[in-house]
Write a protein that binds this ligand. Structure first.
Ligand SMILES: NC(=O)c1ccc[n+]([C@@H]2O[C@H](COP(=O)([O-])OP(=O)(O)OC[C@H]3O[C@@H](n4cnc5c(N)ncnc54)[C@H](OP(=O)(O)O)[C@@H]3O)[C@@H](O)[C@H]2O)c1
Length: 213
């Protein structure tokens, strides 16, 4: 496959393991310069080394930062000020009966699963618009559509990610939706001297939901 990602820089959040690692590794294979992220220097260094071993000529670096906090996001964007592709993969889950989910749990899930992506997208979207090219992908979940009874907080944050990805609404089901899509694209584009067409075509924002959790 040639996705024509040479000279593109990609950041994959929460990518020392799991789906994030797989995405980072494949993007490196496709020629993108990839930034791997996790919370500790040790795990990030291991993931970087593994990708270098698995993928010949991989351009990969890593940044340890806790993206469940504002400070962690600030630290990351200071070290990685420019990206072309942002994969908001970071997401945590934990089965817990609804009646036992505390305010602290709700806030932690919201910070990690939703605000990490919102903060990073807010930072990187303007430069993508300026360059007239960019990709923002949210790794949501089937749980965002069918909320699991055993982890309602997780499901709610996954629904929120899907809503957030509609920032640029890549589809429209009727004339009313199409009008809303144009209005939304225009309002995002206006402060950046971009056109609504740029938002709808050159800069793409989407949500994906892997089928398991
Ligand atoms: N697994 C599934 O079946 C499934 C199904 C549908 C959707 N999803 C979604 O896919 C995404 C990835 O899930 P996964 O199961 O592959 O995850 P995972 O295996 O649990 O991996 C978690 C990754 O996130 C990192 N991480 C955790 N907290 C972090 C934080 N505060 N800041 C920065 N990095 C952090 C971990 O790095 P360190 O531990 O090194 O810090 C690790 O690299 C999630 O959004 C999830 O909701 C997963």
């Amino acid at each position: 496959m040639d996705l024509q990602l040479t000279n593109k820089k990609a950041l994959v959040t929460g990518s020392t393991a799991g789906i994030g690692f797989a995405v980072a590794s494949l993007l490196a294979q496709e020629g993108a310069a990839v930034v791997v992220n996790g919370r500790s220097q040790r795990r990030v260094a291991q993931a970087v080394q593994r990708i270098r071993t698995e993928r010949k000529n991989a351009q990969v670096t890593g940044i340890p930062a806790d993206l469940g906090t504002k400070e962690g996001v600030n630290l990351l964007v200071r070290d990685v000020p420019v990206v072309d592709i942002l994969v908001n993969n970071l997401g945590i889950f934990e089965p817990k009966p609804f009646s036992e989910i505390t305010d602290e749990d709700w806030l932690r899930f919201f910070e990690v699963n939703v605000l990490s992506g919102a903060r990073l997208s807010r930072f990187y979207l303007p430069q993508m618009l300026q360059k007239n090219w960019g990709r923002i992908l949210f790794i949501s979940s089937e749980s965002g559509v069918n909320i699991p009874v055993e982890m309602v907080h997780y499901g709610v944050t996954k629904t929120a990610q899907i809503a957030l990805a509609r920032l640029a609404l890549p589809w429209s089901c009727c004339r009313r939706c199409a009008r809303r899509k144009r209005q939304r694209a225009a309002s995002i584009a206006r402060p950046h001297d971009a056109s609504a067409a740029d938002i709808s075509s050159r800069v793409e924002i989407a949500a994906a939901w892997p089928p398991a959790l």
